[in-house]
Design a protein around this ligand. Sequence first.
Ligand SMILES: Nc1ncnc2c1ncn2[C@@H]1O[C@H](COP(=O)(O)OP(=O)(O)O)[C@@H](O)[C@H]1O
Ligand SMILES: [Mg+2]
Length: 474
Amino acid sequence: MSLLSRIKSKTDQSMTEQVQAVIGPPSKDNHEQKEQVATSKQETVTKSVVPKKRNDKQLAFKELLHKNILQEIKEGQDVEELIPDIDQMAMELMKEDDSFRSVDRKKVVEEMINDLTGFGPINPLLLDEDVTEVMVNGPTHVYCERKGKIILTDVTFRDNEHVMAVIEKIVAPIGRRIDESSPMVDARLPDGSRVNAIIPPLALNGPTITIRKFAKDPFGISDLVSFGTLTDKMAIFLDACVKARLNIFVSGGTGSGKTTTLNVLSNFIPNDERIVTIEDAAELQLGQEHVVSLESRPPNIEGKGAITIRDLVRNSLRMRPDRVVIGEVRGAEALDMLQAMNTGHDGSLATGHSNSPRDMIARLETMVLLAGVELPVKAIREQISGAIDLIIQQSRLKDGSRKIVSITEVQGLEGDVIVLQDIFTFEQNGLDEQGKVIGSLVPTGVRPKFYEQLQSSGIELPGNVFFRDGEWGQ
Ligand SMILES: Nc1ncnc2c1ncn2[C@@H]1O[C@H](COP(=O)(O)OP(=O)(O)O)[C@@H](O)[C@H]1O
Ligand SMILES: [Mg+2]
């Protein structure tokens, strides 16, 4: 049977089977459930996120309660031991002073406990599973990201010192500090969430905290398909590309979902391969057993002791990896990565910050130059086009949804130019009533040059993956 007729003979039936093999059985019900839960949670929270004026009585009462706790605490006693008594204390204070009658005691006690044990006023946001990001711009402007949308919350801190106390609480356990001489700090919460804090005089709004919450249950391929980030055809295609050891680059802006997609792709790697992951702050969560996770280290206060992504990439090549997964390539490590990809370390995966596949290539060229090796542009382009097979471009659309907007093959070098060919592109057909983007990812009709590589790795892919539905006579 010729290749062409073999492809043609693949029916939609086998497509469905392959979809199930890659993304599991249709999880629509499940997803609907998730959506329902999310919506009902959102309703309850939306009520409380409308900013309202703080009740001064409430603040005064909280201060009084705080003073009381400080008086009660005995020397050497852990403040957490007092928690069971706080409500009782509050009740007594209310009895003593009638003017506090209108105060919502439960709320004040809850806030107090959050201050003492957790991370203060932002604790409820950290515990809320629908919130993916928390942003504190000084004491009175606390935002969060919920379902891709950024919302101003009614959470407030007392003052700058209160925000500073929370930052200190976050950074102290990991041996970092924040003060005027080191006014910026990166840290991680015990659950893995990433934290950045920057304080005055650098931050003009007051102490500023940005928390990217760690997904407890990271998105899988079926989640991304149900969110409309990619289609099931593309999921099959990408699974095949990872298994066939293509070198894949996920490109996109900040927060476009690159790391999430990288995580999903990495989970396509067969379980018997040794995977080394390299990141600035460990975010990837792989399901395989044989994974070595490496994390770079910033310089210490004297500016010494830094271990860069580049150092780790170089080191990883001496660790007998079957696969190297690099969280984000943003500097000189690009050269080492490309060299590794060109010298037998295929099947590598990485992400990079850029707005289009063409832009990603241009940025990689610049990054290679940062490595301080004098290479003519043509040689750099040879390295790039020889190393990278596929660029997945990801984007956060206006409606907050994250989508893969193109999957592009790096075909090679023609003269001085790197030839890029889109395999799938996003076609937007408009907006629905809620302002959500309607559109879908469609194959461009071009079969990638590496199709043979997929086949020679024993991967059977229905040829109609690369064609619009109905375009193949069935
Ligand atoms: N496909 C997606 N659909 C919806 N939300 C997503 C998707 N991918 C990522 N997210 C959410 O968007 C935020 C940013 O994702 P991340 O992968 O860290 O982006 P990046 O690495 O590009 O900065 C996270 O909160 C994540 O849960
Ligand atoms: Mg990322």
